[in-house]
Design a protein around this ligand. Structure first.
Ligand SMILES: C[S@@+](CC[C@H](N)C(=O)[O-])C[C@H]1O[C@@H](n2cnc3c(N)ncnc32)[C@H](O)[C@@H]1O
Length: 234
């Protein structure tokens, strides 16, 4: 989805209220930030939808692994700096006051080993007393196998039906999406399979602590079932 189907990403997630989500993120930052600056790094920024609102408050930089997603973000924000990098390995050579990683992007790391590496790298990119905000995927105990999910787009010149039945392989959620995309030129079928990590909350927090953060999990996050991790860099 983040490569060949990137152009449909904003369409399929058009139900998301990025403005309200960004407002909550800003309020959380305001209540916790003590590093003195206003530089924010959006890791796995995708097409830059949160940045639209975050840049009204902060000096924003975006990172994503996908050149296609970044291409769309750059068109949306010609004055924002973007870097193509894997969050585990990124080396931006400067530090930030705030680092956010939203909409379950962290779950693409799949394993605790990768998660630990990413958290240490996030810590490296944050100033002392800086703020880390991570929106995870669903916690292992709440993920239901066998659930049928569907998202539809119904515009005059674009029809999309995307469906999946949620599956699970131990601590990996299998999201095997079937897409049917119709335009006036043609109707095409695509299959787009993701394996994402179902991370335990206590284990996640302990890896944050190891990476140098005071860690909290907030049950009421941006989306109903996901929560938010808040890290304060020691
Ligand atoms: C669900 S999208 C979220 C995008 C954006 N944050 C949003 O809220 O719309 C997940 C994003 O994570 C990016 N991603 C996946 N693995 C990554 C990695 N290892 N490092 C950096 N970005 C990654 C994908 O390219 C994609 O843009």
């Amino acid at each position: 989805m983040y490569q060949d189907l990137a152009e449909y990403y904003d369409e399929i997630y058009s139900y998301k209220d990025y403005a309200t989500e960004a407002e909550k993120v800003v309020s959380l930052i305001k209540n916790n930030l003590k590093s003195g600056g206003n530089k924010l790094l959006d890791v796995a920024c995708g097409t830059g939808k949160h940045i639209e609102y975050l840049k009204q408050h902060y000096d924003v930089t975006g990172v994503d692994i996908s050149n296609k997603m970044l291409g769309l973000a750059k068109v949306r924000h010609p004055n924002v700096q973007f870097h193509q990098a894997d969050m585990i390995e990124m080396e931006l050579g400067r530090d930030f006051d705030v680092l956010v990683c939203l909409f379950s992007s962290i779950s693409h790391l799949k394993t605790y080993e990768n998660l630990s590496k990413a958290l240490k790298n996030f810590s490296k990119h944050l100033k002392k007393r800086g703020v880390l905000i991570i929106e995870p995927f669903i916690e292992p105990g709440k993920y239901i196998s066998g659930g049928l999910h569907g998202d539809m787009v119904n515009k005059p010149d674009l029809k999309i039906a995307r469906m999946n039945i949620s599956e699970r392989k131990e601590n990996l959620a299998i999201l095997d999406f079937h897409w049917l995309i119709g335009t006036p030129k043609s109707i095409n079928y695509y299959r787009d399979r993701h394996e994402v990590g179902l991370f335990d909350i206590e284990k996640f927090k302990s890896l944050m602590t190891d990476a140098g953060f005071e860690a909290t999990f907030l049950k009421n996050g941006l989306l109903k079932d996901r929560g938010l991790y808040l890290g304060l860099k020691k």
